[in-house]
Structure formats: C-alpha cells, structure tokens
Design a protein around this ligand. Sequence first.
Ligand SMILES: [Zn+2]
Ligand SMILES: [Zn+2]
Length: 351
Amino acid sequence: MTALLFLTLAAAPLEVRVLEREVPSRVHLEAARITCDGKPLPNVVDAEASVREVRVGTATCTQVIAEDEVSVTVKDTKRKYPGQIRVSLQGGLLRLINAVDVEAYLPSVVHAEADGSKPAALEAQAIVSRTFALTGQRRHANAGYHLCDLTHCQLYRGRAPSSPDAEAAVKKTAGQVLLIGGIVLKPAFFHSSCGGHTSTASDVFGEDASSSAVSDVENGAPRCHGPELAWTFEVEKKDLAQALGVAPTGAALEPLRRDKGGRILEVRSFARRFTGQEFLSRVGRAFGWRAVRSLKFSTTETDTTLRLDGAGTGHGVGMCQLGARALAEKGIDAKGILLRYFPDSQIKPAP
Ligand SMILES: [Zn+2]
Ligand SMILES: [Zn+2]
C-alpha cells in the first residue's frame, strides 16, 4: 500500500503555488508553448485577471498553460520555471501553479535552504526536501495544490537561483528518500537550528512523521553554534496581551509543559491556555516571525514587561540545518548526517 502510494506520488508532478506573495493581477509569460483552454497562443503573452476569466488580448480563458522552460514576470519579479505554469482566476487575482517534476523542483530548494554548505550537507538537504515534497501533497489540499513556494513549505524560486553544487547534490541523491524501518514513507522536516536538542513531529505538530528527539550537543555545546543561536525578545505586557487577544490580567507567560527537547508545548498567558504553536503564530503575526524564533526559551517578568531568552531558530523537528552543516564540515557524509537526526529511518531509493 505504502509502496503503491509512493509510486503514484513520484510519478505525478508536484503542483506548487508560486508568486502568491506578489499578488498577481497581470503576468507576462514567455514559453515554447502557450495555450488558452487548449487553443494555441503566441509564445509571448500578457495574461490579466478580469471579472470571470483570464484575459489574453481578446481571448478569454478558464486556464492558460505555458510549458517548457517558462519565463514568468509579475511586477518586478522575473523567474524561470521548469515544467508547466497554469494560470487561472481566483478571488479576482491570478493563481499560478507550477506543475513540476520533483527532481527539477529540488535544486532551487536545496540552494535556498543550504547554500554555502559542504556537499554532504547539500545531499542530506536534498534527501530530506525530496521526502518532504513527496509526502507534503496534502499541505494545501483544501486550496487545490500541493505546496507553496515559501518557508511554510520549502523555499522555491524556479530555475534560479540555483548552483552547480545544489544541482550535483540533487543528481547524486536522485530518487532517494527517508523510509521508516526501510519501508514507510512519512513526512521529513527540517529547521534552521535546534539549540542543542531536536523535538518530535508528534510533540510539536501532532503529526505522525519520520522524526525523533535527539541531542545535538558536541563537547558540551550545541553543534548548531553561531550568532543565530541565542536570541532575546522583550515586550510590554499590554502589547503581548493585545497580540494574543486577551485581557492583560494575571501572569504574562507561564510555560505549562515542555517536551524532551525543552520546547514549550503549552503555556498559560494572562489566564488563557495556548498550545506552543498557537502562541508562536499569534506573536509572529503581531511582532514579526523573527521576534520569537523558537519555543525553546525561559521567561523573566517585571511589572510591565516580559523578556524571553531563547535558543535556536525554527520548529526544532527533524534535521537541524546548522548542525548538518557543522557535521559536513567535519567530514561526515550525507548518510551519517541523516541517521543522526532521523535514527529510525533508512535512506532508500524509490521502492
Ligand atoms: Zn505551504
Ligand atoms: Zn542543532
């Protein structure tokens, strides 16, 4: 069953929503072949959102499809995409979906996520990102596509920027994924730096995935060391209460439950309970996503302010990217890196 599911996933192209942040109402397309509901259009067109359809000159289309090395320009952003770009109308704007083979999708992801790392860390990233992509097809199922092109899923910018190193890492690991027990394909996550210990997907997301909580300490210090490791966030209590949508009465923040990695799973804030993820997303929306960088922090409260002293960046599940980079620099190969962060997994080609 799992093998069958995997083959189905691997055979079908990924459908990645691209350039949503650019809020496209008009897009310039260049490609070897462009069609409007199956009827051929010129190789260079401007498509515009109109009331009920996509307009290209005098043609009105439900869907415009550009394929074969598509160049897409939205406002000041110009990108090239492998595979197909499908343009349709949604909520008065254009919706751009890139239907792309997973191996063609990966170099940009690996470059964006692990640029400048040694080959072993790039290869480890390629295997984790491939596993994530092939198992992530329900992440945006409600919206009718698989993945977005932002850090919510994986950063993806089409053909470029990429690098020969990222491309080599994808090629060298072609088709390889992480399988639990050598047979079961489950989502594999990664994050920027764990601060010394990773967390399980079931603790952090309530999700069944290929992840364990492992120590990432070497010689008494987190392997993912660097200027990013420690952070501080100080906030007026009244501003925090506003961000959380509660009245500013009671203690500003009491961690109620932590996991093995030291990440906060549940807090009480001004007499209301939040899961760690709820707390993080409300605070992120109000103060920016770089303000509270992880759920691994201690708190200091005064009469009017709250200070968080934290470690690491990101959710802490799966592979620690800075740790992987450090391991690669010590000469550990991709397999050694992956088995450290995913000890229950095996690296296998497509079953
Ligand atoms: Zn996403
Ligand atoms: Zn780490």
